[in-house]
Design a protein around this ligand. Structure first.
Ligand code: GTP
Ligand code: MG
Length: 195
């Protein structure tokens, strides 16, 4: 994939603020601090387009990034962050749900998980939810640089079993830090976006 340009297009907490055009979108869901924003940056070859942080709870809005004026990546707020109030959690849940339920532009939601850890019950819920909307259920197991290559398959298998990922083609190890599987991920996305 040749990235000619990438920009922040919109920041939204509700549908009125979503971009009002027909461009296709791929959204990224996952636990807070799992590496969603870093994933977007690494795919776009940008250092800090999507703001990242060592502390969970960085992305609290829906951030739309436009790429080559052709399609968008959508950074969703992370879930499962313990250090916020119940009201705040419900607000985030609502922001995400509203987007997923009604967005015609949305072609796929990829679930981002940490390759080192077994998915949480919230991950399982999110994944089932994604599939219930009819999306194919792509899983990106990021932070692969944090374990040895020899461990990847074992961990991938565990994640796959826990989430119930139908095909091994739908889950892949990834690293934003070391740019592992960037090209492979683009191939999958190009197919989804019909590029
Ligand atoms: P929220 O916005 O809070 O939901 O978090 P997020 O999922 O967007 O995570 P973010 O991209 O901000 O990354 C969280 C932390 O993980 C940062 O300190 C990143 O540097 C680190 N990180 C993300 N991806 C990788 C990776 O592939 N490898 C390593 N080693 N660290 C990573
Ligand atoms: Mg983020």
């Amino acid at each position: 994939m040749k990235i000619i340009k990438s920009d922040l297009h919109a920041i939204a907490v509700g549908p009125k603020q979503y971009p009002q055009d027909e461009l296709p979108e791929i959204a990224f869901a996952g636990r807070s601090n799992v590496g969603k924003s870093s994933f977007i940056n690494s795919m776009l070859n940008r250092v800090n387009l999507a703001r990242t942080s060592g502390k969970p709870g960085k992305t609290r809005t829906i951030n739309f990034y436009i790429i080559n004026d052709e399609f968008r990546f959508v950074d969703l707020p992370g879930y499962g962050y313990a250090q916020v109030s119940k009201t705040e959690k419900e607000k985030w849940g609502h922001i995400i749900e509203e987007y997923l339920k009604n967005r015609k532009n949305l072609k796929e939601i990829a679930l981002i998980v940490d390759i080192r850890h077994e998915p949480t019950s919230q991950d399982v819920m999110m994944y089932n939810w994604i599939k219930s909307f009819g999306y194919s259920g792509i899983v990106i197991a990021t932070k692969a640089d944090k374990i040895s290559k020899g461990q990847w398959q074992k961990n991938i298998k565990q994640i796959r079993n826990k989430l119930g990922v139908e095909s091994s083609n739908l889950i892949l190890p990834y690293s934003s830090e070391k740019k592992i599987n960037v090209e492979k991920t683009w191939e999958i996305f190009e197919e989804i976006l019909d590029l």
